[in-house]
Design a protein around this ligand. Structure first.
Ligand SMILES: C[S@@+](CC[C@H](N)C(=O)[O-])C[C@H]1O[C@@H](n2cnc3c(N)ncnc32)[C@H](O)[C@@H]1O
Length: 212
C-alpha cells in the first residue's frame, strides 16, 4: 500500500520514503508514556497512522475550512496533518486535557495558526470565545467517549453540537461505537467508516450539522 502523499512536514514526522524519523519515534514514546500515566483518558497505546490522519482531513473538509477545532490532540500527529491541510489563513484550536501532552505540543508544533488550550473539551465554547474564534467549520475528536464518565461524554457531545456552525462537520475516530450514542441525539445519524490501516483499526464517524 502506498503512503498517503499529504502528511506532516518532513522533519516533524516521517522521512520522504515513509520510514520512521526521530521526531515520530519521540512522539510515539511520549504517547506511550501518556497511556501508562492514564490509560482510560488516552485510550490508545500508539498515535494515529498517516492513513487515519488523511481520512480525518477528508471527512472533516479541512482543505476548505477556516476555523477548525481538535479535541484530544495527544502528541500532535493528527494536529500536524490538520495544519498542513488547512488553507493559509485558517486557525486550529486544539484542546488537550493532559498537561504533559499540552507542553509537548507547545514545544514541537510552533505554528502561529495553532492555538493550544489545556483543559477539558467540555469547555470548547469558552476556548473559542477566549481566542475570538467564530463557530467552527470542523471539529475533529480522538477523545475516548467509551471510557469517560457518561455525563462528561454527554456534556462534550452537547457542546460540540451547540458550537458547530450549521453545515459544519464533527468527525470522531474511536475504537468503540459509544460516541454515536452520545452525539446522535444532538446531530442525527452519522456516516460510519472504518480505517483499517491503524493500530488498532478504528471507526470514523462523521456528522454534518443541519441548518434549523
Ligand atoms: C486516542 S488519543 C488521540 C491522540 C492523537 N490525536 C492521535 O491521534 O495520535 C486521545 C487524547 O484525548 C485526550 N483527552 C481525553 N479526554 C479529554 C477531554 N475531556 N478533553 C480534552 N482532551 C481529552 C487524551 O489526553 C489524549 O491525548
Amino acid at each position: 500500500m502506498n503512503e498517503p502523499r499529504a502528511g506532516r512536514p518532513i522533519g516533524q514526522g516521517t522521512l520522504p520514503n515513509g520510514n520512521l524519523a526521530i521526531g515520530q519515534l519521540r512522539d510515539s514514546f511520549e504517547f506511550l508514556r501518556g497511556f501508562v500515566r492514564n490509560p482510560a483518558q488516552v485510550g490508545s497505546v500508539v498515535p494515529s497512522s498517516r492513513w487515519l490522519e488523511q481520512r480525518l482531513v477528508r471527512q472533516a473538509g479541512i482543505r476548505e475550512a477556516r476555523t477548525v477545532v481538535e479535541l484530544g490532540p495527544g502528541t500532535g500527529g493528527t494536529t500536524a496533518a490538520l495544519l498542513q491541510a488547512m488553507p493559509g489563513p485558517a486557525r486550529l484550536l486544539a484542546i488537550e486535557l493532559d498537561p504533559d501532552f499540552h507542553q509537548h505540543l507547545r514545544a514541537s508544533l510552533p505554528d502561529p495558526r495553532l492555538l493550544l488550550e489545556l483543559g477539558s473539551a467540555e469547555r470548547i465554547a469558552d476556548c473559542l470565545a477566549a481566542h475570538h474564534l467564530p463557530a467552527p467549520d470542523a471539529i475533529v475528536s480522538g477523545i475516548p467517549f467509551s471510557t469517560m464518565p457518561p455525563e462528561v461524554s454527554d456534556r462534550i457531545a452537547a457542546a460540540v453540537a451547540r458550537v458547530l456552525r450549521p453545515g459544519g462537520r464533527f468527525v470522531a475516530y474511536q475504537v468503540r461505537a459509544h460516541v454515536a450514542g452520545f452525539v446522535t441525539p444532538y446531530l442525527g445519524e452519522p456516516d460510519k467508516q472504518w480505517e483499517m490501516v491503524n493500530v488498532p483499526p478504528v471507526r470514523v464517524f462523521t456528522w454534518v450539522k443541519q441548518p434549523h
